[in-house]
Design a protein around this ligand. Structure first.
Ligand SMILES: NC(=O)c1ccc[n+]([C@@H]2O[C@H](COP(=O)([O-])OP(=O)(O)OC[C@H]3O[C@@H](n4cnc5c(N)ncnc54)[C@H](OP(=O)(O)O)[C@@H]3O)[C@@H](O)[C@H]2O)c1
Length: 238
């Protein structure tokens, strides 16, 4: 596994809710949110602690929106920390084939696009239809494996992002996990069974073989009504 311990990059926390059988959505990838109000509050808190919120284009296509900070308590805390009211919302997409009519583009949040040269060109060609949709387009280096995440994360650091919240989905998380770029892992286990071999899970991608398994240190477990909130620290280089 790559050792990036010396790398200056954002501290990265992944936050996901899954069913008791380990699924983050159903086989049709419908946008159903199956977690409780307590989980939504937990998610908003994690968003409020971040400078940037990163998610895959699949997650954006599924929900059409993102989660900003609206709780006055979190807004006040951000003010005290001297940071903008809203963390920047960063969509990651190779091709940037995103529907400009999504409600996301009308939400009162700063938006960045993390993409390839092809994606940036494609998006800019339709810029007339979506002027100002993204404040910034970050072009990441790519290799045969996809994004060069070390390069992308260093660019995010140079742009002032010290804390990153990753909201999924499984493809993005798998890439970041493979590059050993996740530091903390919040998983909410919800009391339902979704099933389906093709239903997405917290970490999809190609998976890891035994010597490459990623290891976690359990930091905390909290139960709120029927849900279990698991907080892990990733063991880097393990
Ligand atoms: N329960 C939860 O907490 C939770 C949270 C989030 C999402 N979800 C669910 O998860 C599903 C979406 O997950 P998903 O795995 O399909 O989608 P995802 O990871 O959100 O998005 C996949 C897309 O994001 C871009 N992407 C992801 N990783 C990339 C990488 N390494 N390099 C370049 N681009 C990358 C690509 O976009 P392009 O195709 O545009 O190039 C890719 O097709 C939805 O059903 C959603 O409801 C559930």
């Amino acid at each position: 596994m790559p050792d990036h311990s010396a790398l200056h990059r954002p501290h990265t926390t992944m936050i996901l809710a899954m069913s008791a059988d380990g699924k983050i959505a159903d086989v049709t990838r419908s946008p159903t949110r199956f977690s409780s109000k307590a989980d939504r509050i937990h998610l908003e808190k994690q968003v409020a602690l971040a400078d940037g919120v990163l998610f895959g284009a699949g997650t954006l296509r599924a929900y059409g929106t993102t989660l900003g900070v609206s709780n006055p308590e979190w807004l006040q805390l951000r003010k005290q920390r001297g940071v903008p009211p809203q963390p920047v919302q960063i969509v990651c997409s190779r091709l940037a084939e995103l529907d400009p009519q999504l409600r996301f583009f009308r939400q009162d949040v700063p938006r960045w696009l993390l993409t390839t040269e092809t994606g940036a060109k494609r998006w800019q060609e339709q810029e007339s239809a979506v002027v100002g949709a993204f404040e910034r387009i970050i072009v990441a280096n790519t290799s045969e494996q996809g994004f060069d995440w070390i390069d992308a994360f260093q660019k995010l650091t140079q742009l002032g992002l010290e804390r990153l919240a990753v909201l999924g989905g499984g493809e993005l998380v798998a890439s970041l996990m493979a590059a050993d770029l996740i530091d903390e892992f919040w998983l909410t286990v919800c009391p339902l069974i979704v099933g389906g071999i093709a239903a997405p899970t917290p970490v999809d991608g190609e998976g890891f073989s035994i010597p490459e398994f990623r290891h976690l240190e359990l930091l905390n477990v909290q139960t709120i009504e029927q849900e279990v909130f698991l907080h892990y620290r990733m063991q880097h280089g393990s």
